[in-house]
Design a protein around this ligand. Structure first.
Ligand code: HEC
Length: 444
């Protein structure tokens, strides 16, 4: 598996901005919130009066996808959750210094004043802090420990030439390229993992869990396994003994104008590698249209979200050769969540969908194993092969019809001929390489 994978729940997020009459310091300050038939709005108060800069969340499972919309209160504790689809919502308050308030059920069209619940202590408040605040408690080896001196020295790999390289490996260059560190699941050790003599042993076991266990384990080896295990074990030991990060500041100024909308799509065993909503060269293409996701190694379909109907659907992505290898290996060790089940079973391994100017979806996926046909190899008289002979391709090309409802997949002959240059160019411009030779039909 590749280290550039990352994992998210199957959630699409859209960020907008709320009408400015609510923003801090505007002419509307002190006025009551105006609520239309499809809004929920009101004032959030705590023991000391209005609560500024806290989130109000409205969530529903009445729609075809689970859906929520989140806004922030202004200086006067006022909020407005705008333009909600017709449904009954659970509404509650979340914020730094608070614990979640009880959920109140309401349809849109109502004024709803809410009471914020102050956290009983710092530890309870800290459960809502961003993962990165918890990760900041980690103590990285001092700059004088680099380059590492290996297993017989300080346990840090000699390949780690500087402290910055070490930190890059923990952050976006390694671990957090796949998932956050510092969320509850990573900063604590779940009892389901088993009993261990030490936290170092628990860490050695936990990073082998599931189908990414091999990647995680290799990641630690690259850092210097022993030193990395000790660093992470010390971090979780201190957290489980009660150490707390600094409190984040609440959203300020224009940060309070942000509206976040989230839809739950795909399925519980799939992860969403990435998604596309428009032509990146022209972001007005496909406004309110479908959003296409890539489930990479986890499942053989493209999830499609309709953000207007709040509904999701699936486009199957078959392989042409039934012997195409499954992208993810088996679990290295059993997962506390999934046991020994291999929940990722994709052969097509879909990656990086893109839209062109007509709103058609292009994506890379696998249709067969990595060996390319003879025409791509060194010695072929094909002009592309003469310029760039290419023996292996880990992914091939697909294109959806204009509504993206089905895929026109892998038709012969060769994608490298000029007529498909449009797609190739687009992907190249977007920094991607369409690394296969399967063709798409000519219609332009
Ligand atoms: C290739 C993607 C990938 C990379 C890279 C990766 N992880 Fe993971 N990690 C996962 C997945 C997937 C799981 C869930 C495993 C399971 O099903 O139990 C996981 C689980 C974990 C857990 C257990 C969390 C829990 O819920 O119990 C910890 C801790 C963890 N990873 C730490 C790390 C660290 C530290 C690194 C860097 C050295 C790292 N991971 C790199 C994908 C990755």
């Amino acid at each position: 598996m590749r280290s550039d994978m990352f994992y998210r729940a199957g959630t699409a997020v859209v960020v907008g901005a709320v009408a400015v009459f609510l923003s801090a310091g505007s002419a509307g300050a002190g006025q009551a919130v105006m609520v239309d038939g499809d809004d929920i709005g009101g004032v959030v108060s705590g023991p000391d009066g209005p609560e500024a800069g806290v989130w109000v969340i409205a969530e529903t499972t009445d729609l075809p996808t689970r859906f929520n919309r989140i806004v922030v209160t202004d200086d006067d504790g006022r909020y407005l959750i705008p333009d909600l689809p017709d449904a009954t919502y659970d509404v509650w308050v979340r914020g730094y210094g608070l614990v979640d308030s009880e959920k109140v059920r309401t349809p849109p069209g109502s004024t709803l004043n809410l009471t914020a619940v102050v956290a009983p202590d710092d530890a309870a408040a800290a459960q809502y802090y961003p993962a990165g605040h918890w990760l900041s408690l980690i103590e990285v080896p001092g700059a004088d420990q680099f380059p590492g001196t290996g297993p017989d020295g300080n346990g840090i790999s000699p390949n780690m030439r500087s402290q910055a390289e070490w930190m890059r490996t923990v952050k976006s260059g390694g671990c957090t390229a796949c998932h956050s560190l510092g969320n509850k699941a990573t900063r604590e050790v779940p009892p389901e993992l088993g009993e261990f003599d030490s936290m170092v042993d628990a860490w050695d076991r936990r990073i082998q869990s599931g189908q990414a266990g091999g990647s995680m384990s290799n990641g630690l080896n690259r850092m210097g396994r022993q030193a990395a295990l000790e660093m992470f074990a010390d971090w979780t030991d201190r957290i489980m003994a009660g150490e707390l990060p600094e409190a984040p500041r609440r959203p300020q100024g224009v940060e309070r104008n942000i509206v976040v909308s989230q839809w739950d799509w795909a399925d519980p065993k799939a992860y969403l590698h990435d998604e596309i909503a428009t032509d990146k060269r022209d972001p007005t293409v496909n406004a309110y249209g479908p959003i296409y996701g890539a489930l990479e190694a986890s499942a053989d379909y493209v999830p499609v979200l309709d953000p207007v109907a709040n509904a999701s659907s699936e486009i199957p992505v078959p392989v042409r050769d039934p012997d195409t290898p499954v992208a993810a290996g088996p679990p290295l060790a059993s997962s506390p969540y999934w046991g020994d089940e291999a929940i990722w079973n994709s052969q097509s391994n879909v990656h990086n969908p893109m839209l062109d100017e007509d709103g058609r979806v292009w994506l890379t996926s696998r249709v067969r194993g990595p060996q390319n046909p003879d025409m791509c190899l060194e010695g072929s008289d094909h002009p592309s092969a003469q310029a760039f002979p290419n023996a292996r391709a880990n992914r091939h090309g697909d294109r959806g019809d204009d509504a993206g409802r089905h895929l026109l997949q892998h038709a012969p002959p060769d994608l490298r001929r000029g007529r498909e240059r449009h797609a190739v160019d687009q992907r190249r411009r977007a920094g991607h390489r369409l690394a296969g030779h399967e063709d798409v039909p000519r219609d332009r």
